[in-house]
Design a protein around this ligand. Structure first.
Ligand code: MSP
Length: 478
């Protein structure tokens, strides 16, 4: 039976065009989706947009537009950015989709019938930028700790979700499922906070109406996070997609880990729905050590990112330069250096030298001893632990080995067809393993060297009848 793999990105607020932060999670999901397809899994890759809530309503007003009209104009910008970045998602969900709204109402009703929702009065802080509640001790000088802006004090009738009731159940769950919150250091932080106690969660508002009405009281609009988190589940409540629930992996940024590892599993427990397997929180990209975000001034949007050195170089750089899970400081020069030194000099040169020598001299099939130096098992393990930088290190260590082999064997003098065969067969392995990261480059190499991008093809010797040609330059130096 084919195993399934269901992976999600956060659904983004369509309040502006997507930037490097959004691109980072989405490319990471694309890398893992492509890898899981390579290893033969039935993959469902979901992304989309989080369109309700006061924040979206306010931004639309600032732009003198109706909220739906405003978000409708931004959705193509997201889809377009993902297309440019070669993101091969399976479904794009919008929280304004009627099918999603129906599921949110159904789950709210279940939780309500389960007596986990009660009517009360919310009195406390709320940051619309974060769409999050804060207590006095979270604030920094009376301001939101993220946006550093004055925070709103709310006082209104609200329905509450009995989050406090789930404290023990959540702690038990974390203990039994050590892979639920990754990386491990973040898991400790969450567990410690949950141990300190959980307040019930205000899950409805009455002071605006851009959102989903509570099925048991239409005066109330569902809290945007209650609505948004359910996208992961509602996307599978479609004919043919049910088999994908529970999600195997929610990829998110570290800023939204609390919502995903506390509210989300508690909501599902209350509704009697199976829980996702893993939530992995990556770090933030900073620019001069400041978070990249529109509200804080510095943004690198997707077009800018691509314009530096092309799509594949951008995709490569984001995972090569920093540990996935930790913060990284963005530098255009560092991207250009990686592009020049690794993609153009090491990979590009290897492919172009070997293919032009083969075009002239041909190949002769033999055992590829060189391939024994590729640590394939290690790379497979590293994919399981999301250690992208190390995967790329391993692959490029092998690229170095191949380049040294060319230097030592001097096939331009010897015209040794067996050496050229070994090199071509090794380039095949390299291109297949790099495919999740730089898919269009790998596809070009595959066309040039006549093989199929499949994991089995790594071990299947290259057909010596292949008509290998010297193709176009893969990476032009900047
Ligand atoms: N709408 C919510 C998510 C709901 S998921 C049920 C949201 N949207 S967002 O558009 O503000 O951000 C989405 C993601 O982008 C977050 O995971 C966040 O961490 C990520 N990034 C935004 N800026 C970032 C960086 N500068 N660096 C890395 N990722 C960051 O939150």
């Amino acid at each position: 039976m084919t195993r399934k793999f269901y992976i999600t990105t956060p659904i983004y607020y369509p309040n502006d065009i997507p930037h490097i932060g959004h691109a980072y999670t989405t490319i990471a999901a694309d890398v893992l989706a492509r890898w899981n397809k390579l290893i033969g899994k039935d993959v469902f890759f979901l992304t989309g947009t989080d369109e309700h809530g006061k924040k979206m309503e306010n931004i639309a007003k600032e732009n003198k537009k109706g909220t739906k009209e405003f978000v409708d104009e931004l959705i193509p910008k997201f889809k377009d950015a993902w297309k440019k970045l070669n993101i091969d998602y399976n479904f794009f969900i919008r929280t304004t989709d009627l099918a999603h709204e129906k599921v949110v109402k159904e789950v709210l009703k279940k939780v309500y019938d389960n007596k986990d929702i009660y009517l009360g009065q919310y009195e406390g802080y709320y940051c619309t930028g974060c769409e999050a509640y804060y207590t006095e001790k979270d604030l920094v000088g009376g301001c939101c700790p993220i946006h550093k802006r004055k925070i709103e004090l709310l006082k209104e009738e609200s329905y509450f979700f009995k989050l406090s009731k789930y404290q023990k159940k959540l702690l038990d769950f974390y203990e039994k499922n050590p892979e639920f919150i990754l990386p491990k250091n973040r898991s400790k932080e969450i567990i410690n906070r949950v141990k300190e106690g959980l307040n019930d969660l205000s899950i409805s508002r009455t002071s605006f109406d851009w959102g989903i009405k509570l099925p048991f009281n239409e005066k109330h609009i569902a809290y945007v996070w209650f609505d948004a988190l359910l996208n992961y589940y509602s996307a599978t409540r479609v004919k043919g997609k049910e088999k994908f629930w529970p999600a195997d992996l929610h990829l998110i940024g570290k800023d939204i880990i609390w919502f995903h590892t506390v509210y989300w599993p508690a909501m599902l427990m209350s509704a009697g729905i199976e829980l996702p397997k893993t939530v992995f929180a990556h770090g933030w990209w900073t620019f001069n050590n400041e978070k990249i975000s529109k509200s804080r001034g510095k943004v690198i949007n997707v077009d800018e990112l691509i314009s530096i050195a092309g799509v594949d170089s951008a995709r490569y750089f984001l995972f090569r330069n920093t540990v996935f899970g930790e913060d990284g400081d963005f530098s255009e020069q560092a991207l250009i250096d990686r592009h020049n030194n690794e993609l153009a000099n090491k990979l590009g040169n290897l492919v172009s030298r070997v293919s032009s020598l083969i075009e002239k001299n041909g190949i002769e099939k033999c055992e590829n001893k060189l391939l024994k130096k590729l640590r394939l098992k290690e790379i497979e393990k590293l994919f399981d632990s999301f250690e992208f930088d190390k995967i790329l290190n391993e692959i490029f260590a092998f690229v170095d080995i191949c380049n040294e082999y060319v230097q030592n064997k001097k096939p331009w003098e010897t015209k040794d067809k067996k050496v050229l065969y070994e090199l071509a067969d090794s380039i095949k392995a390299i291109a297949i393993l790099l495919y999740p990261f730089i898919p269009s480059t790998s596809e070009n190499i595959a066309k040039q060297f006549c093989f199929e991008i499949k994991l089995e093809s790594i071990k299947k010797p290259l057909n010596e009848k292949s008509k290998i040609i010297k193709g176009d330059i893969l990476f032009t130096k900047i």
